[in-house]
Design a protein around this ligand. Structure first.
Ligand code: 2DT
Length: 228
C-alpha cells in the first residue's frame, strides 16, 4: 500500500448455522495478528448497542417484535457502524465482519407464514434498508448441507435455529450469491462459496489463501456502496 489511493479491504464472512463460520473467523483474525497485521473484527448483530440489545431479546425469545420492525433493527445495527467501517479501511486497517447485510436479507426473506408457508416479506423489501451500506470487497459464504449441520450436533435454541428455516435461508443465500455474481471484476464485490463441510484445516487454508493476498496488497480506490 504505497500511495494515498490505497486502502485496506473490507471482508465479510457469511454462513449457515453450524458451518464453523465463527471458529474460522476467529482463526483468521489470530493468524493475521500473528503476521503482524492489525485487523478490526466486528460481529453482526452487535448485541452490545441499545439496538443490539433489542435484537438479542428477540433472538432469545424474551421479547416479541413485528417481523418488519426487527428487520429494520438489524439494518440499523449495521448503519450504526457504517462510518466506522469506512474510516477504518481508509486508515488502512482491514475490517472483517462476521455476518452483514446478506444475513439480513437471507434470514428475513426466509420467514414464512405459519399457516400457508408463503413468504412473509418480499426479497426486495428486505434488501431496501441496506442499500447504500459500505460494500465489502470479498464475501466468503460458508455453505453446509442440512445433513452435515445435523451431523455436527444440531442447532441451538435461538429463534432461527430450526432445520426448515436453515433450508430456506440457504436457498436465499444462493439467490443473493447469484445476484452478486462470482466474477472477479475490479471494483466489484467478490462472492466466494466455501464448502464448509470439509475438514477444519482444509477450510482454514482456503480462507487464508483468499484473504491474505487482499490484506497484504490492499485495494486501490474508495469503498463502494451496496446495491447502488
Ligand atoms: P449469530 O448466531 O451469528 O449471532 O446470529 N440475523 C443476523 C438476521 O436475521 N438478520 C441480520 O441482519 C443478521 C446480521 C442470523 C444471530 C441470528 O441473527 C440472524 C442468526
Amino acid at each position: 500500500m504505497s500511495n494515498s489511493t490505497w486502502r485496506a479491504p473490507f471482508i465479510v464472512i457469511e454462513g449457515l448455522d453450524r458451518s464453523g463460520k465463527t471458529t474460522q473467523t476467529a482463526n483468521l483474525y489470530s493468524r493475521l495478528q500473528d503476521e503482524g497485521i492489525q485487523t478490526s473484527l466486528h460481529k453482526f448483530p452487535d448485541r452490545t448497542t441499545a439496538i443490539g440489545q433489542m435484537i438479542n431479546a428477540y433472538l432469545c425469545s424474551t421479547s416479541e417484535l413485528d417481523d418488519r420492525a426487527v428487520h429494520l433493527l438489524f439494518s440499523a445495527n449495521r448503519w450504526e457502524l457504517a462510518s466506522t467501517i469506512e474510516k477504518t479501511v481508509s486508515a488502512r486497517t482491514p475490517v472483517i465482519c462476521d455476518r452483514y447485510a446478506f444475513s439480513g436479507i437471507a434470514f428475513s426473506a426466509a420467514k414464512v407464514h405459519s399457516g400457508n408457508g408463503q413468504p412473509l416479506l418480499p426479497f426486495e423489501w428486505c434488501r431496501a434498508p441496506d442499500v447504500g451500506l459500505p460494500a465489502p470487497d470479498l464475501v466468503l459464504f460458508f455453505d453446509i448441507t442440512p445433513e452435515q449441520a445435523k451431523a455436527r450436533g444440531g442447532y441451538g435454541d435461538e429463534r432461527y435455529e430450526k432445520e426448515e428455516m436453515q433450508v430456506r435461508v440457504r436457498e436465499m443465500y444462493r439467490r443473493i450469491g447469484e445476484e452478486m455474481g462470482a466474477g472477479d471484476a475490479p471494483g466489484k464485490t467478490k462472492w466466494v462459496v466455501i464448502d464448509a463441510g470439509r475438514e477444519r484445516e482444509v477450510v482454514q487454508e482456503e480462507v487464508w489463501n483468499l484473504v491474505s493476498p487482499l490484506v497484504k496488497r490492499g485495494i486501490e480506490g474508495p469503498l463502494r456502496r451496496l446495491w447502488v
